[in-house]
Design a protein around this ligand. Structure first.
Ligand code: 9Z3
Length: 323
């Protein structure tokens, strides 16, 4: 069984900063409804599938977290991410039979929509002579496929979407999801593609109202967001298969930073990508080497190949866990 070092206790200072982050965060709205939906989804997917094996469940995080600067928030710091990678990856995991908890930034790219025009929704439709609304012929094949695939995923109970905006919402939801997924043991997977803020303003030290520019230039000190990846591995879901992403702009440091992250947070895999090329290539970093993954053609997604590799590694993880 893969207990690895995942049962190690957290360093005291990390435990204290994690505790303080959650104690002082503004409480989640609708948290009991979310917990109920999540439990129902996990219970349904914990039952063995047709081949007698439990369904594998992946939590995909997607989009960037915001850091509010005011409690009644007018201004915030954002993290770069359109949510395209998380949305496309969701489709490939569902196709492979996984149940997906899609933890996404409100308003970011959604599964089954990533091939539709993003900024010209109305270009998809035309009004007929009898005033009926139809999808334009030029887009009808892609729209039909998207609707069919989406409905199938929902009808089979393979997709649960949970939205976040702020770093506070994101981390509270991730904790609830991870703790619920603990019961899945190694059948659970985390695919952490969301771009998560490293710095934030603690709620109690945040301005209550809109910061006034008439007060002159502003100095602001940001606190460090506690690294929850270690907590996820050690406490929340120690048997789950964990994949995180590393984004850099400097190719010279990318792989080194990915390897450091893998060891430091005990990730099973880190997917390394560069801002300039992340849509066409990524490198899968494992503890026994790296695999370069490239988009195969104009109409393909780099996620197609990437997800195949990750599922293969997840199968090996299940074997190593004695399953
Ligand atoms: C990624 O590196 C994702 O691949 C992208 C996807 C954000 C580049 P899009 O949503 O982009 O398709 O537009 N995500 C992880 C970014 C991140 O914040 N990683 C942390 C780090 O690098 C570790 S959790 O330190």
């Amino acid at each position: 069984m893969d207990s690895g070092n995942s049962s190690d206790v957290l360093p005291e200072d990390l435990s204290a900063s994690v505790e303080s982050f959650f104690e002082t965060a503004p409480p989640l709205r609708d948290s009991s409804l979310t917990a109920q939906k999540l439990q129902a989804f996990i219970d349904r997917n914990s039952k063995p599938s047709e081949d007698g094996r439990p369904v594998r469940v992946v939590c995909i995080t997607s989009g960037g977290t915001t850091v509010p600067l005011e409690q009644r928030c007018v201004r915030y710091i954002d993290n770069f991410s359109s949510g395209h990678r998380g949305a496309a990856s969701t489709e490939y995991f569902v196709k492979a039979g996984y149940a997906v908890i899609f933890l996404h930034r409100r308003g970011s790219c959604q599964p089954y929509c990533h091939r539709l025009p993003e900024d010209a929704l109305l270009d998809l439709f035309e009004v007929g002579e009898d005033s009926s609304i139809q999808v334009c012929q030029s887009h009808s094949a892609v729209v039909k496929k998207a609707i069919r695939d989406y409905r199938t995923a929902v009808e089979r109970g393979q997709l649960l979407r949970l939205p976040f905006t702020t770093i506070f919402e994101y981390l509270q939801l991730l904790r609830i999801i991870a703790i619920s997924m603990k019961q899945l043991g190694p059948y659970g997977m985390f695919y952490l593609a969301a771009a998560v803020s490293d710095f934030y303003v603690p709620w109690e030290s945040m301005a209550k109202h809109k910061i006034q520019s008439s007060s002159g230039p502003m100095d602001m000190r940001l606190s460090q967001v506690p690294k929850m990846l270690s907590v996820l591995r050690k406490d929340w879901a120690p048997m789950a298969f964990c994949i995180s992403f590393k984004l850099e702009t400097d190719a010279d440091i990318l792989l080194q930073k990915a390897e450091i992250a893998m060891k430091k947070y005990q990730m099973h895999i880190v997917v390394a990508n560069l801002l300039a090329t992340y849509k066409r290539e990524v490198t899968v970093v494992t503890d026994n080497g790296t695999i370069d993954v490239r988009k195969q053609g104009e109409d393909s997604d780099v996620e197609d190949e990437l997800i195949k590799i990750l599922i293969d590694r997840h199968c090996k993880h299940l074997e190593q866990s004695g399953i």
